[in-house]
Design a protein. Structure first.
Lengths: 163, 163
């Protein structure tokens, strides 16, 4: 485990989830669309200068969620998983613990619960990212979860306001 | 790993799934009902003299699948998981990798894909049980998967023929 976790105590230290929440001045439906339409998702899903040149979304339980991420030096990462639950305008749940057909991944890492709730004319946007182990949560945090998801959410917010 | 696995070679040795398949002389719908109605499931789900005095089924993706098993010496095991997919009359998929709300289990073990297919006036019944690791598949086999699921399937078959 990285050095930084040694000072953590109590619940945070044992937690298996990372949470990002933000009040966004855009309708729930716009945020849901930005998560579920390929042409929109590609515009915000990775912090620039990284891009998403290709994505596939099959919006049903067990349906493919595939994103291809490209870095400024030509790096390429393919992420394949499945959706677990879709509630239009309210919730998107996905994981990399399975591929379509429900074959389990050998190294499951995250399960993300994205919710959109009306709050005083704006939208309470929450990304709750679960890990199967505390070690995976620690590793994800050390990989830069808060910075990376924060910047992507800035891009999501800017896009949603235009929809 | 148990001694028995050392003689396995090739795909079987590396496989993460266990499969039980049987041609059953009962309609698909009867088998589906036996899997999805609490009062029926309790009658066949564990090999006698074990019983299932209590079960809860919430038939939707992310819905609770809870069974309580009792042994002849008073042993008690609670198994909690969720359904991942339900296709009426055709398919039931569940796992112990999550509890409702999509919180991942700390020790996910199985993901089971149960299918019912029409075959020459009978039903091709297949239980495909995936594990996240080869070690878990080996352990499940050593725990008596084939004997246990085989006897339970005998009970399922007998019940389905009466429906």
């Amino acid at each position: 485990m990285p050095q930084t976790t040694q000072t953590e105590t109590g619940l945070a230290g044992e937690s298996r989830e990372l949470v990002l929440t933000r009040l966004i001045d855009a309708p729930r439906e716009a945020l849901f669309r930005a998560w579920t339409e390929v042409g929109l998702l590609k515009q915000w899903f990775t912090p620039r200068p990284w891009t998403v040149p290709f994505a596939e979304l099959d919006l049903k339980p067990g349906g493919l969620f595939h994103t291809q991420m490209r870095g400024p030096e030509g790096e390429k990462f393919d992420n394949r998983g499945v959706f677990l639950e879709i509630v239009p305008g309210e919730k998107v749940v996905f994981t990399d613990a399975y591929v379509p057909g429900w074959e389990p991944a050998e190294k499951p890492f995250i399960t993300a619960i994205i919710t959109f709730e009306e709050e005083g004319g704006k939208t309470r946007y929450t990304a709750r990212v679960w890990h199967f182990t505390v070690e995976d949560r620690v590793r994800h945090e050390a990989m830069g979860f808060h910075d990376g998801w924060g910047k992507a959410t800035d891009q999501l917010e800017a896009l949603a306001k235009t929809l």
